[in-house]
Design a protein around this ligand. Structure first.
Ligand code: PEP
Ligand code: MN
Length: 278
C-alpha cells in the first residue's frame, strides 16, 4: 500500500480498511476472493412475464443472483421511475419460483423495510453513495449491501461512504466500481480498472464491477467484464434483457441473452484459470 494512502486512511480512521471479514455470505453464496459471482438481469423490473423469462434463462446459464430495480433513480423525472411496490411483489414471486437470489436498489429510508422483504442484497446506487442518512440506516441492519461508487467520487470518498455503513455495525458490504465521469464522451462513463486492485489493497471487502453503467454500450460490456475479472474483481453486476431494444430502462447497454451466454462461457474459463469458483 502506498504510504500516502496509509496515512490518509489512518487520518480518516477507516475500519473498513483493515478489520472487516473478507467474505460476505448470503444463503449458500459467498462473495470472497476465492469466488466470482455474476449478478445479472434487466435494469428495471418490468412485467412479471418479461422479467421472469429473463430470470429463468439467466439461471440456465449459471447465474445465482438476479438484478432488477423496482425503484429507478433516473436522470429525468419524466423517465420511467420503476414499478415500485408492484416491482417488489414481482421480485418476490420470481425469487420464489426460480430460487434466484435478488439484488435491488433502495433509494429512500422509508422503503428499506419493504425492499428487504424482496431482496437478498440491497443496492445503494451511485447517486446515493453520499446519502449519509441512508447509509447510516442500512448500516443498522444485518443485511448485505452493495455500495456503488459515485460517478464523481474518488476511491477515498467511496471508502468514507462505506465507513458510514460499517460504523453502525453492518460489515456485510460489497464495493462496486461502475465507471466514473471523464472527458471521454463516446462511453457513458469510464471504467476505472485501477480501482479494483486499489480497493483490494486497501480493504478486505469484496469488490465487484458493473461494466454496463461504466460504458453504456452493450457491445463493450463483454470486454470490460473480462478485463474486470483479470484485474481481480470478485464479481460482476451486468444488465441483460431478452429484448434490449424494448427495455424500459437502459436499452443501449443491456446485453441480449445470447451474448450474455457467450460471455458467461468465457468468464467460466477465466475464473477457473484464476483459481476462482464461479
Ligand atoms: C442500476 O444499477 O440500474 C443503476 C442505476 O446504477 P448506477 O447507480 O450505477 O447508475
Ligand atoms: Mn441501469
Amino acid at each position: 500500500m502506498l504510504l500516502e494512502e496509509l496515512e490518509e486512511l489512518e487520518e480518516l480512521k477507516l475500519t473498513c480498511s483493515k478489520d472487516l471479514p473478507d467474505t460476505v455470505r448470503l444463503n449458500g453464496i459467498s462473495f470472497s476472493r476465492d469466488n466470482f459471482i455474476v449478478m445479472a438481469g434487466p435494469c428495471a423490473v418490468e412485467s412479471y412475464e418479461v422479467t421472469y423469462n429473463i430470470a429463468r434463462n439467466l439461471r440456465r446459464f449459471g447465474v445465482k443472483i438476479f438484478r432488477a430495480g423496482a425503484y429507478k433513480p433516473r436522470t429525468s423525472p419524466y423517465s420511467f421511475q420503476g414499478l415500485k411496490e408492484e416491482g417488489l411483489e414481482i421480485l418476490k414471486e420470481i425469487k420464489k419460483k426460480s430460487g434466484l437470489h435478488i439484488i435491488t436498489e433502495v433509494m429512500e429510508i422509508s422503503d428499506i423495510e419493504k425492499v428487504c422483504e424482496a431482496a437478498d442484497i440491497l443496492q445503494i446506487g451511485s447517486r446515493n453513495m453520499q446519502n449519509f442518512p441512508l447509509l447510516r440506516e442500512v448500516g443498522r441492519l444485518n443485511f448485505p449491501v452493495l455500495l456503488k461508487r459515485g460517478a464523481g467520487s474518488t476511491i477515498m470518498e467511496l471508502l468514507g461512504a462505506c465507513e458510514y455503513i460499517v460504523k453502525e455495525g453492518n460489515e456485510k458490504v460489497i464495493l462496486c466500481e461502475r465507471g466514473i465521469r471523464t472527458f471521454e464522451n463516446l462511453t457513458r462513463n469510464t471504467l476505472d480498472i485501477s480501482a479494483i486492485p486499489l480497493l483490494k489493497s486497501m480493504t478486505r471487502l469484496p469488490v465487484v464491477v458493473d461494466p454496463s453503467h461504466a460504458c453504456g454500450r452493450s457491445h463493450l460490456v463483454p470486454s470490460l467484464s473480462l478485463a474486470a475479472i483479470a484485474a481481480g474483481s470478485d464479481g460482476l453486476l451486468i444488465e441483460v434483457h431478452s429484448e434490449p431494444s424494448g427495455a424500459r430502462s437502459d436499452p443501449n447497454q443491456s446485453l441480449n441473452l445470447c451474448d450474455f451466454e457467450k460471455l458467461m462461457d468465457k468468464l467460466k474459463i477465466l475464473a477457473k484459470s484464476l483459481g476462482k469458483k464461479i
